[in-house]
Design a protein around this ligand. Structure first.
Ligand code: ATP
Ligand code: MG
Length: 253
C-alpha cells in the first residue's frame, strides 16, 4: 500500500498518512529505548514481532467489543489504524508490583496486589512522563470525568482479556501501559484503544520460572530481547508459519 507523508517519528514507531482520510500507517521500527531514551539500541526483528503481537491483541480485544484503532495489518512492519486524538496520558494497569511502583513504594517486585491498580502518567517526554492524580487530570482538563470513567472500564477490560490470554500460555501479566484516543462521530466523541500492545508496553513473566519476557530484558541487560519476544509470539501462535523474524541461521531438515 502506498504511504502518505511522514507525520511523526517516535522512539518505536513512525506514523505516515494513510491512503484513506482518517487513517494512519504505523510503521514498527527495530529501535529500542529505555529510561526516556537514555539507553538506546537497534534490536533486529523487534518491529516485526511487535507489529504481529499488537495486531493479535487488538483483533482479540475488538472481537470482545473493546473499540480499538486497528484496521488491518499491511505487511510485516506496518498496520493501518484509525487516526485519533491521543489523550495525553499513559494509563498503567498493575496486577503485581514492579518497576517504578516497587521503587517508589518499597514493595518487592512480583508481590501480588490486592486488586488491579491504575496509575496515570502525563505523556510528556521532557518531564519524563510524571505520575499524575485524577485531581491534576480534572484541574488541567486533560480528560473529563466521563472520559475517566470510560478509560477505567476500558483499561480493566483490557486487563482481564490480556491476563486471561497470557495465563493460557503460562505467562503472568505483571503490568501494562495503554494509550487512549478520541474519535469524533458527528457530534459525539468516543474513546478507543490506540498506540500498541506488545512486550514493549507490558511486563510478562514466565509463570513457572519467573523469566522476564518483556522490555525489562533490554532495560536490565538480561539477554536477548528478540528471543524473549519471539517466545511470547511462539506461545501465542502468532509467528508466521516457517518464518522466524530472527536472522540467525536455522537448520532446515
Ligand atoms: N491511532 C492513532 N492516532 C494518532 N496518533 C497515534 C495513534 N496511535 C498511536 N499514536 C501516537 O503515535 C506515536 C507512536 O510512536 P512511538 O510509540 O514511537 O512514540 P514515542 O516515542 O513513544 O513518543 P510519545 O511520547 O509521543 O508516545 C505516539 O506518539 C502515539 O501516541
Ligand atoms: Mg510510544
Amino acid at each position: 500500500m502506498a504511504r502518505g507523508k511522514k507525520i511523526y517519528e517516535g522512539k518505536a514507531k513512525t506514523l505516515y498518512e494513510g491512503t484513506e482520510p482518517g487513517t494512519l500507517i504505523q510503521y514498527f521500527k527495530d529501535d529500542a529505548t529505555a529510561f526516556n531514551a537514555e539507553k538506546k539500541d537497534v534490536i533486529e526483528g523487534k518491529g516485526v514481532l511487535n507489529n504481529m503481537l499488537s495486531e493479535y491483541f487488538m483483533v482479540g480485544l475488538g472481537s470482545i467489543g473493546v473499540p480499538t484503532h486497528f484496521i488491518k495489518r499491511l505487511n510485516m512492519r506496518e498496520q493501518l489504524v484509525r487516526t485519533c486524538e491521543i489523550v495525553p496520558l499513559e494509563i498503567i494497569v498493575r496486577n503485581y508490583a514492579a518497576g517504578t511502583m516497587s521503587t517508589r513504594l518499597g514493595i518487592e517486585e512480583g508481590t501480588q496486589l490486592p486488586r488491579p491498580i491504575i496509575e496515570y502518567c502525563l505523556k510528556d517526554d521532557k518531564l519524563g512522563d510524571p505520575l499524575v492524580s485524577e485531581e491534576h487530570i480534572a484541574a488541567f482538563g486533560w480528560a473529563s470525568q466521563q472520559d475517566m470513567e470510560d478509560i477505567l472500564s476500558l483499561a480493566l477490560r483490557v486487563n482481564d482479556f490480556l491476563s486471561g490470554i497470557m495465563y493460557g500460555v503460562g505467562i503472568k501479566l505483571i503490568d501494562f501501559k495503554i494509550e487512549i484516543g478520541r474519535v469524533y462521530e458527528g457530534d459525539f466523541q468516543r474513546l478507543i484503544l490506540a498506540d500498541e500492545i506488545s512486550p514493549d508496553s507490558c511486563r510478562l513473566w514466565d509463570m513457572e520460572t519467573g523469566q522476564k519476557l518483556d522490555k525489562d530484558v533490554f532495560r536490565r541487560d538480561l539477554g536477548s530481547l528478540t528471543d524473549a519476544y519471539t517466545e511470547v509470539a511462539r506461545r501465542l501462535g502468532v509467528l508466521p508459519k516457517n518464518q522466524q523474524p530472527v536472522t540467525k541461521p536455522t537448520l532446515i531438515n
